[in-house]
Unconditional design. Structure first.
Length: 178
């Protein structure tokens, strides 16, 4: 009974974090077309260009702890979501780095995924007003939330698989030596 309690507590904390991210993203995805005030006929994501500080409100950080957090940076025509994935040990750090690198190399397939994350975070997404015009807003939010939920599971499964393989290799080696 006591073994399952931390798991349900972690699940509850993840649900709270995901619900907070979902409601924040839903509110922040009210994006509109906004031409540059500096260069005529240019339309760049203000969250990245930072050419007009009056259209970039304060960023919001939603965190479960210091090592697991989400940074949401809204602006008038874009929103950047940066995720720091839970990494408890060196193996998880390596697996997380390999996994996010694999994803970022294929960023064009994910459309909203940035090729390079914000400093201090593992992966970043950029949603512009053009994305919200072409795609359903609630589906974009669902994708981000599902990614947050699945990435922890995926890294945990990779770690278990890696440990199982290491155990088999060690047993094989020890049986040959001994």
């Amino acid at each position: 009974m006591s073994m399952q309690q931390p798991s349900s507590l972690q699940s509850l904390q993840l649900d709270r974090k995901c619900n907070a991210v979902r409601s924040t993203l839903t509110a922040a995805l009210c994006l509109e077309n906004f031409s540059s005030q500096v260069v005529e006929r240019h339309n760049k994501p203000e969250v990245e260009a930072r050419s007009s500080p009056e259209v970039v409100p304060n960023a919001l950080t939603i965190s479960r702890n210091e090592n697991e957090k989400v940074l949401i940076e809204p602006s008038v025509n874009s929103i950047r979501i940066s995720i720091k994935i839970k990494q408890a040990d060196e193996i998880e750090r390596i697996l997380c780095h390999k996994f996010t690198r694999f994803m970022m190399l294929r960023a064009e397939n994910f459309i909203i995924l940035r090729r390079k994350p914000i400093t201090g975070y593992d992966i970043s997404f950029l949603i512009t007003n053009f994305h919200t015009e072409q795609m359903y807003k609630h589906k974009l939010v669902d994708f981000i939330i599902q990614f947050m939920e699945e990435v922890d599971k995926e890294i945990s499964e990779m770690k278990l698989s890696l440990n199982a393989r290491a155990r088999i290799v060690a047993e094989s080696y020890l049986s040959q030596v001994g």
